[in-house]
Design a protein around this ligand. Structure first.
Ligand SMILES: [Zn+2]
Length: 105
């Protein structure tokens, strides 16, 4: 089990990575979450992603649903602190060995 501050930082990072992977903007994500929660503005998404705003469990679940993933996916700790498991395009990570080749999934 990871500690709370780490979980919040992980959630913020994983949420942004997942949004990037889907290729949607903060605004689009906010609109999707609003369907579930009825509150979200783009600025709120930005604040969550930068760790300036915490999320309730209900918010976290709504975000996971909007990102079409499991809540647990957004709480998976980052293995490589250097690249945050997210090497730039065309590179592979020396530490964790992952490459940035796009998955077809
Ligand atoms: Zn790495």
């Amino acid at each position: 089990m990871i500690a709370a501050p780490e979980a919040e930082a992980t959630f913020a990072l994983r949420m942004r990575q997942r949004r990037d992977a889907l290729g949607i903007s903060q605004k689009v994500l906010a609109r999707k979450v609003s369907l579930e929660r009825g509150w979200t503005e783009q600025a709120t998404i930005a604040r969550i992603e930068t760790g300036k705003r915490g999320v309730s469990l209900a918010d976290a679940i709504a975000l996971a649903q909007a990102l079409s993933c499991e809540l647990g996916d957004l709480l998976t700790p980052v293995k490589c602190q250097a690249c945050k498991d997210n090497p730039p395009a065309g590179y592979s990570c020396q530490t964790c060995g992952t490459s940035s080749e796009r998955s077809t999934a």
